[in-house]
Design a protein around this ligand. Structure first.
Ligand SMILES: [Fe+2]
Ligand SMILES: [Fe+2]
Length: 191
C-alpha cells in the first residue's frame, strides 16, 4: 500500500497466526466499527451531499464484511464476543484538527490510512493462510479495502485541494506508522 509510511513486521503475521480466532473476533469488531464511522459521518455532515452516497455505500459494504467474518467465526465454532480493542484507532485520531474543514479532511485521511493498513495486513494473512475459505475471504477483503482507501482519499479531495490533501496525507501516514509502532503487542488487526 503506497500511502503507508511503514511496512508490517513479519512478527505480526506470526503472532496473528498463533491467535487466529482472537484476530478474527477483533477483525469482526473492526468491520463493524468501519461501518459505524462511515454512518457517524452521515450524521455529522448532513450538508455534505457530495459525501453522503459514497459513505452510505461504504457503510453497507463494511456491514457485509462484518457478516462475512461472523460466518467464518461460526464455521470455526468461535463465538463473537467483546474484546479489549487495540488503542491504535483512538491514538491515530489524536491527529485530527479541531476546526473545519481540517477536522473532516483529517478524519477522512485517518480512515484512508486505516483502510490501507487493513488492506496490507489482510493481504499478508491471505498469503500465508492455508484454510481455503479463510484465504478466499481475505483475498476478497483486500480488494474491497484497497477500494475503500481510494474512496476516502477521493472524498478528502472533495473537501480540500489536491496539494493540501497530499501534504496532509503524508503527515497522517507518518503519524499512523508511529502510532502502530508504539501500540502494545496483542492479537489484533491493528496492533
Ligand atoms: Fe471492510
Ligand atoms: Fe473498508
Amino acid at each position: 500500500m503506497q500511502a503507508l509510511a511503514s511496512r508490517t513486521d513479519p512478527d505480526w503475521v506470526r503472532g496473528a497466526l498463533a491467535h487466529l480466532d482472537e484476530v478474527l473476533v477483533d477483525h469482526a469488531h473492526c468491520e463493524k466499527k468501519a461501518a459505524s464511522t462511515a454512518v457517524s459521518l452521515l450524521f455529522k455532515y448532513p450538508e455534505r451531499d457530495d459525501l453522503l452516497a459514497p459513505l452510505a455505500r461504504l457503510a453497507r459494504e463494511e456491514l457485509l464484511h462484518f457478516e462475512q467474518v461472523l460466518a467464518q467465526l461460526a464455521r470455526r465454532g468461535v463465538r463473537f464476543r467483546h474484546l479489549m480493542p487495540s488503542p491504535y484507532a483512538g491514538r491515530l485520531r489524536q491527529i485530527v484538527r479541531a476546526g473545519e474543514p481540517g477536522c473532516l479532511v483529517d478524519t477522512l485521511l485517518c480512515m484512508a490510512l486505516i483502510e490501507a493498513r487493513s488492506c496490507e495486513r489482510l493481504g499478508l494473512l491471505a498469503s500465508v493462510i492455508e484454510e481455503p475459505e479463510l484465504a478466499e475471504m481475505y483475498r476478497g477483503l483486500v480488494a474491497s479495502e484497497a477500494r475503500h482507501h481510494e474512496t476516502y482519499l477521493a472524498l478528502a479531495a472533495r473537501v480540500a485541494s489536491a496539494p493540501e490533501v497530499g501534504a496532509r496525507l503524508g503527515e497522517v501516514a507518518t503519524h499512523e506508522a508511529a502510532v502502530l509502532a508504539a501500540v502494545p503487542s496483542m492479537p489484533r488487526l491493528h496492533a
